[in-house]
Design a protein around this ligand. Structure first.
Ligand SMILES: Nc1ncnc2c1ncn2[C@@H]1O[C@H](COP(=O)(O)OP(=O)(O)OP(=O)(O)O)[C@@H](O)[C@H]1O
Length: 264
């Protein structure tokens, strides 16, 4: 069983599947129910009830192998669920293909940068929306993507000439160009220095506050988490271990034991 608790001590209000299935617009954007993924005989996520509100910025933390990437890959449809359901904006999306989920507003930036080094920043920024927009609309969205990436002035620079941090910024801009309601980021500041981390934090908070995009960010760096997150979910052994504000999570002795300065 999941030991899902609210570390703030307050009620953990969730909507039922029936409420979500009505299709009424609610302030819950994403909800998983009893979500499970097995690889062979190994259970990577189990009975996960994970929810994200509209416009929320939530971080996902936990030890290596806790199931964080698996959970995001289930939400995007990269992995098929072995059991349970995924509701997005009030609709059951469990059986939708990844591209159908993108059209519904779910976008993801993966851990490894996947920009094309021999294309310019502008050419890269155009790639994700090629099939979705043309003419003036495409130009506007490419401009917005470059602005969202914080790379104005770098339009005609080959991506291979950018720093690793700038490449991550470009990818966030490219994911934002799809104009998602939910953007999933898998370790966006791994391997970056302090200044680069701050640049990414600025991009993420700006998109969250100015565009209202909800985020789920997998991150090990608790300073970065504290800098950007409203709420934190801790995964452990494929289950939700704790949820709550970062201050409550950081001071929780059980979280410290399994993760912060502990086994991790
Ligand atoms: N495609 C796969 N095939 C087999 N096992 C997998 C696969 N993907 C993940 N796993 C296993 O599922 C478990 C959870 O992996 P996952 O990558 O989701 O963890 P994580 O919390 O993201 O870890 P990390 O912080 O190290 O990235 C691990 O034991 C991993 O080996």
């Amino acid at each position: 069983m999941s030991t899902n608790q609210d570390a703030s001590g307050g009620p953990n209000v969730r909507q039922t599947a029936a409420e979500l299935a009505t299709g009424d617009r609610t302030d819950t954007l994403l909800q998983t129910e009893d979500l499970r993924k097995e690889f062979g005989g190994f259970t990577a996520t189990d009975e996960v009830d994970f929810s994200v509100a509209e416009g929320e910025l939530r971080c996902l933390i936990g030890p290596n192998g806790a199931g964080k990437s698996t959970l995001l890959n289930l939400v995007t449809g990269t992995y098929d669920a072995s059991g349970g359901s995924i509701y997005y904006d009030g609709h059951d999306v469990t059986d939708l293909d990844p591209h159908q989920r993108v059209r519904k507003g779910i976008s993801m930036k993966f851990q490894v940068p996947s920009v094309y080094g021999d294309l310019t920043v502008r050419e890269n920024a155009r790639l994700p929306i090629q099939r979705f927009a043309d003419g003036d609309e495409r130009r506007r969205r490419v401009d917005d993507a470059i602005e969202a990436a914080g790379l104005a002035g770098y339009e005609h620079v080959d991506a291979s000439q950018l720093s690793h941090g700038q490449q991550q910024q470009l990818e966030i801009g490219m994911a934002a160009a799809l104009e998602p309601d939910l953007l999933l980021l898998d370790e966006p500041v791994a391997g970056l220095d302090v200044a680069e981390r701050e640049a990414i934090a600025e991009r993420v908070t700006r998109l969250n506050e100015a565009e209202g995009i909800a985020f789920v960010v997998i991150e090990h760096d608790t300073e970065f988490v504290a800098n950007i997150a409203d709420e934190v979910t801790v995964l452990h052994n494929g289950e939700i271990f704790r949820e709550g504000p970062i201050e409550a999570i950081e001071s929780d002795p059980e979280v410290q034991r399994i993760y912060l300065g502990g086994e991790h």
